[in-house]
Design a protein around this ligand. Structure first.
Ligand code: KIV
Ligand code: ZN
Length: 515
């Protein structure tokens, strides 16, 4: 029988040990290539927050922007360079003096200068011969070094550049004092095997520090970045959530976790901050991540099917990678209830909120949960609580807060105002509040009705089901109290204000009942 070699080799302790002698540095370009994502503009103050978060995360370099491209970009690069971060702050420049001067004005630590080197880009964009492009690169690297800055050089579209010419230009910039050469796969055409061959042979021809910058046009950016490291690259360029031009760049969290957890390479990333960083960039870039996003996504450590949930509850390695746990990346393991739910999963979720059903009650709860799942609904904490309270004969959720009336006033010349009337523990209560919009006003009024100021809305999202103006609005709320308990509740209604208030009241009822 033939034995597997490569399939098991990276898990072999001796291979991992050898890799652990190499520290791979992480160059983050969320604020530059990431901001080039079509339709994305990150506000100035949010860029500063993201830069500070990246520094807390432990990235080695932050490409803060392209200073010559706009006064706003220049201002934010300057501000970030002045924050006193541990990471090197870098500015991008074309191979022209005025671009480099703009980076120097920002007082960055490093200038990243690029020039197109593939025939197609060279001929159709900068209209220079190979020799002219090479001379320009050398001149600019010398200029950057003579001003005392670190220098990274990128032969743009390197992966479609004639190899002999690529070697020639890399040799020339090395002789000019360049500190590191970045190899951009500008249009994402590499595969892991060609990436390996390119980096391995470049390193053999010109021994210097290499960085890899991959685009995701064929979904191979992460795999190519990791392979570049296997072949000898010292650094990778990534963005948070893989945002960037067209199909995006290699993803910071995925590349770092694969490099460290599977291969055993060292990085300086404090991986426990990966998920909060991902969520921050999701919020400030406005690019919503799918639930199945690896590492940081909602479903990355969620289990629904009975077989998986039972396995994971007995030993998490059964249906998780094991070498990467939720705790390592700042995530939580979730046992999600739906039509595939099993006894163990339901029991665990109930016991977590101090509900201890008998075997018979558990069977009945499980049947009802599956019925809800079969209707195509996600079973939230609030749904589970309602089902359990009915089965266990506890006070039903609708007896705690009973919504009687919601009215809102909004428009271009009135301050959005909401009035809510409800029965709270049998007593009629009414509250009126203003807000930035009708939903905000209504949620504030609902909070006032209950009078518990310790509730905190941790997450709030609205999506339109189906698309047209008559769509149902589905609202999801995660509500927490000061005792550290949190619940998820949902509601769907053609009226966006009603959906929001119902979801909040469902969550409040569930949370109150669990205490
Ligand atoms: O994709 C690319 O080629 C770039 C360069 C500026 C490095 O982003
Ligand atoms: Zn790029």
């Amino acid at each position: 029988m033939n034995k597997l070699t490569r399939g098991v080799v990276f898990y072999a302790p001796e291979q991992k040990k050898q890799n652990s002698n190499r520290t791979i540095t992480i160059f983050d370009t969320t604020l530059r290539d990431g901001e080039q994502t079509p339709g994305v503009t990150i506000p100035f103050d949010k860029k500063i927050e993201i830069a500070s978060q990246l520094d807390k995360l432990g990235v080695d370099a932050i490409e803060a922007g392209f200073p010559i491209s706009s006064p706003g970009d220049k201002e934010s690069v300057k501000k970030i360079a002045g924050l006193g971060l541990n990471a090197d702050v870098c500015g991008l420049a074309r191979s022209v003096i005025k671009d480099i001067d703009a980076c120097i004005d920002c007082d960055v630590d490093m200038v990243h200068v690029f020039i197109p080197t593939s025939d197609v880009q060279r001929e159709y964009t900068i209209k220079k011969t190979r020799e002219e492009a090479l001379n320009s690169a050398v001149e600019m690297v010398e200029y950057i070094k003579s001003h005392g800055f670190k220098c990274m050089f990128s032969p743009m579209d390197a992966t479609r550049t004639d190899f002999e010419y690529l070697v020639e230009i890399v040799k020339a910039v090395k002789a000019a004092g360049c500190d590191i050469v970045n190899i951009p796969d500008t249009v994402g055409v590499m595969v892991p095997t060609s990436t390996y061959e390119l980096i391995y042979n470049l390193k053999k021809n010109v021994d210097m520090k290499y960085d890899m910058h991959c685009h995701n046009d064929f979904g191979l950016a992460n795999a190519n970045s990791i392979t570049a490291v296997e072949a000898g690259a010292d650094q990778v360029q990534v963005t948070v959530n893989g945002i960037g031009e067209r199909a995006g760049n290699a993803s910071l969290a995925e590349v770092v976790m694969a490099l460290s957890s599977i291969y055993g390479f060292k990085t300086n990333i404090k991986t426990e901050y990966l998920t909060e960083t991902s969520k921050m960039v999701e919020k400030y870039s406005g690019i919503k991540m799918p639930p199945m996003l690896p590492v940081c996504g909602e479903n990355a450590f969620s289990h629904e099917s009975g077989i998986h949930s039972q396995g994971v509850l007995a030993k998490s390695d059964t249906f998780e990678p094991g070498v990467m746990t939720p705790e390592m990346v700042g995530q939580k393991r979730r046992i999600v209830l739906g039509k595939h739910a099993g006894r163990h999963a339901v029991l665990q979720n109930l016991e977590a909120v101090n509900i201890h059903p008998t075997e018979e009650q558990l069977t009945e709860i499980l049947t009802k949960i599956k019925e809800i799942g079969d209707r195509g609904k996600t079973v939230t904490d609030a749904d589970l609580y309602v089902v359990a309270s009915v089965v266990l004969g506890k006070k039903g959720m609708d007896e705690a807060i009973k919504l009687k009336e919601v009215s809102v006033m909004t428009g271009n010349i009135v301050t959005p105002t909401a009035v809510i009337r409800a029965e709270v523990n049998g007593k009629e209560t009414i509250a009126a509040q203003t807000g930035v919009g009708p939903v905000d006003a209504a949620l504030r009024a609902a909070e006032e009705i209950v009078g518990d100021t310790t509730y905190k809305i941790e997450e709030f999202s609205i999506e339109a089901i189906a698309g047209g103006s008559d769509s149902l609005a589905r609202v999801t709320i995660v509500l927490a109290n000061e005792r550290g308990k949190s619940v998820t509740a949902k509601s769907a209604n053609a009226d966006i204000v009603m959906a929001s208030v119902e979801a909040l009241i469902n969550a409040m009822n569930a949370l109150a009942g669990m205490d």
